[in-house]
Design a protein around this ligand. Structure first.
Ligand code: HAM
Length: 425
């Protein structure tokens, strides 16, 4: 039976085929995401993958609503698999914000589901690093978050030659819209046209813009002028003070498709323009109020960074490690009478954090040795009995071929000593 289109299987190494996804690469990404978020003082949260449909229908914007995986559950509730994390975060914060000091700095790594047209970099499920700061309206929070985005990508080996964060402002676009069109109800429709400008046929954009009373040339001139708003200026200066200025630039082509953004918005792209957006986010100062029915009113800013484009980009730039998982020890059981002794040694070593494997059923010794080599074990260990019937462990360093014997109690310490002295390459 085949898996659903747009969904992925993640395999351990060695990968059976070049086109399958690597579980180790995914973990590598998650490790970096977590460690940089921790370095910035963010705390991890999580929520349910299934939410009431209503949480997404009015809040996220038409595009995401069209892509919802939704159904009626057995209790006749309308539910949806989460297509994004932000409404869940807004709901969670609204309920318990009093228990947390502001600003709240939270991150999560949810799996998200969107019934999208499948294309390069866009699947029907993906994982996303979500980082958000709630309760701080100053552009210093925008800068802190964008710095986190930049450092997350830098921690994976990407440089300013590989990616750039394009900064823009919904406020700047709001003002531009209001200067040319009085019908505020059509603002989101206008933003949707701007959001697609770079991908859409110019003739189609021109027609849509004209229907709203705009011309493509005038819109392009506004984008090209790229005059930073005071908030954007402040973000740029803040990033410059951190030495991160080269990673960001003003680009009013970015406006973001989601409905709830209110201020600074941004997207990270690869410099060569080969891939879809690596990450996107912005300020959404009205969403928590909307979701809490007016009970909680807190400013917020955040971003989402997907695993799909990022893994493709890292692979293309040769920035993924080899993922050559090695065993520390392979235990060889030549005589089944020694199996119980061996199990005792295995337990002692695993308790000490040593990575150990062994044949679970009887196997020819030469086959066992072959397994040890295949799993790139650093040592083999055998349980044996002395002439006096005392149990001892014989361990052999497979690189130096030096073999030693030790009482069981000394084995773990002896193995750890050699492992520490010669870290794996
Ligand atoms: P988004 O722009 O919809 O924003 O998604 C953020 C990132 O998730 C994209 O830049 C892309 O890397 C990845 N992504 C989105 N859809 C797919 C897909 N179908 N397949 C693979 N990757 C995808 C949001 O979701 C906002 N909630 C982010 C945010 C957090 N805003 C404030 N806080």
């Amino acid at each position: 039976m085949e898996r659903l289109p747009g969904f992925r299987d993640f395999y351990p190494h060695p990968l059976p085929h070049q086109d399958v996804w690597s579980a180790a690469a995914r973990n590598h990404l998650f490790d970096r995401w977590r460690s940089v978020a921790h370095a910035y003082g963010f705390h991890e949260y999580d929520g349910p993958p299934l939410e009431p449909l209503e949480l997404f229908t009015t809040k996220s914007g038409e595009e995401i609503v069209d892509q919802l995986y939704c159904f009626e559950d057995k209790g006749k509730r309308s539910v949806a698999l989460r297509p994004e994390m932000t409404p869940t975060l807004a709901r969670m914060v609204a309920v318990h914000e009093r228990n947390y000091k502001k600003p709240i700095k939270w991150f999560a790594i949810p799996q998200l589901f969107r019934y999208e047209r499948q294309q390069k970099g866009r699947l029907r499920e993906h994982f996303q690093l979500n980082a958000d700061i709630v309760g701080e309206a100053d552009p210093a929070a925008d800068a802190e978050l964008i710095a986190l985005l930049i450092d997350t990508l830098r921690s994976l080996g990407l440089t300013s030659e590989d990616f750039v964060v394009r900064l823009s402002s919904r406020q700047a676009w709001q003002r531009y819209f209001a200067e040319h069109c009085q019908d505020e109800a059509r603002a989101y429709e206008f933003y949707q046209v701007i959001d697609k400008l770079e991908r859409e046929d110019p003739a189609v954009s021109e027609t849509k813009l004209q229907a709203l009373g705009f011309s493509l040339d005038a819109v392009r001139a506004f984008i090209d002028a790229g005059k930073p708003t005071p908030e954007l200026q402040s973000v740029i200066e803040n990033l410059a003070a951190r030495g991160l200025a080269e990673f960001a630039r003003i680009d009013y082509n970015v406006i973001r498709g989601l409905a709830y953004y209110t201020g600074v918005v941004f997207e990270a792209f690869d410099q060569k323009g080969e891939f879809r957006a690596i990450a996107g986010g912005g300020r959404y100062d009205g969403l928590i109020k909307l979701i809490s029915g007016g009970k909680t009113d807190l400013p917020a800013i955040g971003f989402g960074m997907g695993d799909v484009v990022l893994l493709e980009l890292l692979q293309k730039r040769n920035l993924l490690p080899a993922f050559d998982s090695r065993l520390d020890v392979f235990c060889i059981i030549e005589d089944e009478a020694r199996r119980a002794d061996t199990l005792r040694l295995i337990q002692l070593m695993r308790d000490a954090g040593i990575t150990v494997d062994f044949p679970m059923v009887s196997m020819k010794p030469d086959k066992q040795f072959k397994r040890a080599l295949e799993s790139k074990a650093r040592f083999t260990v055998r349980a044996e009995r002395t002439a006096e019937g005392q149990m001892q462990a014989r361990f052999k360093n497979l690189e130096t071929r030096v073999e030693e014997a030790t009482p069981p109690e000394g084995l773990a310490a002896a193995v750890v000593r050699v492992l520490r002295a010669n870290p794996a390459v």
